[in-house]
Write a protein that binds this ligand. Structure first.
Ligand code: NI
Length: 163
């Protein structure tokens, strides 16, 4: 397990589309563990593989609740419902927070790290995080979607949602 370097704004890799994961091998398991460690190190609630320089359709999320960290391999958002206006930050854009509209609810299908295909209905912060991370897999970053005039530069604390 190791902390990986987080790619930051200005790095062209963040604009690239990630590729499907073809096999869940030992190397991928190490990457998942490293991504979870890296997310925890920087108090993030989510992290996409591209943020550590790997163009694979893989993300991790941890809302620090009883579910613990979740890894989603090849996630596909099947359905989005409603809207929520939320405060958001990204580990690749340090100290920048803004308001953004995210779906209130998403239905996502993904493969877990044991190879099982799972369908999950998510709301609130989990829906926000899934939407943010799947955007990363498509080469999209939150800063391009924020509500104009809401960007603030602040030192993050526990209430900030970094993903
Ligand atoms: Ni992000």
């Amino acid at each position: 397990m190791a902390i990986r370097e987080i790619r930051e704004s200005g790095d062209e890799i963040l604009k690239k589309k990630s590729r499907e994961v073809e096999k869940i091998d030992e190397r991928l398991q190490v990457l998942i563990d490293d991504m979870i460690d890296t997310m925890h190190e920087y108090n993030g609630v989510g992290l996409a593989a591209v943020q550590v320089g790997i163009l694979k359709r893989l993300l991790v999320i941890d809302l620090y609740d009883d579910k613990g960290p979740i890894a989603m391999i090849n996630p596909v958002i099947l359905k989005e419902k409603g809207e929520q206006e939320v405060e958001e930050g990204c580990l690749s854009f340090p100290n920048q927070f803004a308001k953004i509209i995210r779906p209130a609810e998403v239905i996502v299908e993904y493969t877990d790290r044991n190879g099982k295909r799972i369908k999950l209905k998510a709301k609130e912060l989990l829906a926000q995080a899934i939407s943010h991370e799947v955007d990363h897999l498509n080469g999209e970053v939150f800063i391009d979607k924020i509500i104009p005039g809401t960007l603030e530069y602040v030192t993050p604390d526990d209430s900030n949602k970094n993903m």
